[in-house]
Write a protein of this length. Structure first.
Length: 255
């Protein structure tokens, strides 16, 4: 499980994203906290945790994560009434990312600094988790010197929004034909595919899913179910990703 921190103070809303994250002071410094009460709900937090854990294993840069608890009455420097309602709806466990104070948004000119190898690794990860949200208009990458930090994976793992529609064949279906930030640059996906696949044995997928707090998963479960429903749902995430890794690979991830 992810380490947990308590929020000492909410400093401000971060307006760069659609999910209204907030910058929070904790005992470990500043964290950008994505709130469970946001319109997208806790499923996006599940996706953020799993994708970031996989990126860690693949050697890609993602900010450090913590479970950040917002208690009732946590002081805030932002007096916006809408934010106050959102914070009230987010009492309990939320997801925090280490706040990268010196990082900036990815710019079109930065693409020239990205190697074909790095572009291919990022493209492969986005294929695995079916991330639709890394296009030219929304790169979801922060730049800090020579480092490229991957952020905002809440739209990944779209299968989790309709489990009843998931079949044995679902993990092997070709992804939707979306424009990716690194189309034309990710020319080494085929070479990286066996290397990256080998880094994600089933036990690694299990460890990634196990990082998701119970409090993020429980609201997504049916109200009535067997006692082991939580464990079954975790196993379902692992099974989906594992089957996806077994192939077939589709041409859309090649370049």
């Amino acid at each position: 499980m992810l380490p947990a921190l308590g929020a000492l103070r909410i400093l401000r809303r971060d307006r760069r994203g659609s999910s209204s994250p907030v910058v929070v002071e904790t005992g470990e410094g500043l964290y950008l906290v994505k709130l469970r009460g946001a319109a997208q709900g806790v499923a996006t937090l599940v996706a953020e945790v799993v994708v970031a854990a996989l990126a860690d294993r693949l050697g890609l840069d993602v900010p450090a994560r913590r479970v950040v608890t917002l208690s009732a009455g946590v002081p805030t420097d932002d007096r916006n009434d809408e934010l106050a309602d959102l914070i009230a709806a987010s009492a309990g466990e939320n997801l925090g990312f280490r706040f990268l104070e010196k990082a900036r948004q990815f710019r079109p000119a930065d693409r020239e600094r990205v190697s074909a190898d790095l572009a291919s690794q990022i493209r492969w990860l986005d294929w695995l988790v079916a991330n639709p949200d890394r296009g030219p208009d929304n790169p979801n990458i922060l730049v800090d010197g020579s480092r490229f930090w991957l952020i905002d994976h809440g739209a990944a793992l779209p299968f989790q929004h309709d489990w009843e529609a998931v079949t044995e064949d679902s993990p092997r279906r070709a992804p939707l034909p979306l424009t990716h930030l690194f189309d034309g640059l990710a020319t080494r996906v085929d070479q990286w595919d066996p290397i990256l696949t080998a880094l994600l044995p089933r036990e690694t997928l299990t460890a990634a899913v196990d990082q998701v707090p119970d409090s993020f998963l429980r609201p997504l479960l049916p109200s009535a179910g067997p006692p082991d429903m939580l464990a079954r749902r975790r196993a379902a995430y692992v099974a989906f990703l594992w089957k996806r890794l077994q192939g077939p690979r589709h041409p859309l991830i090649a370049t």
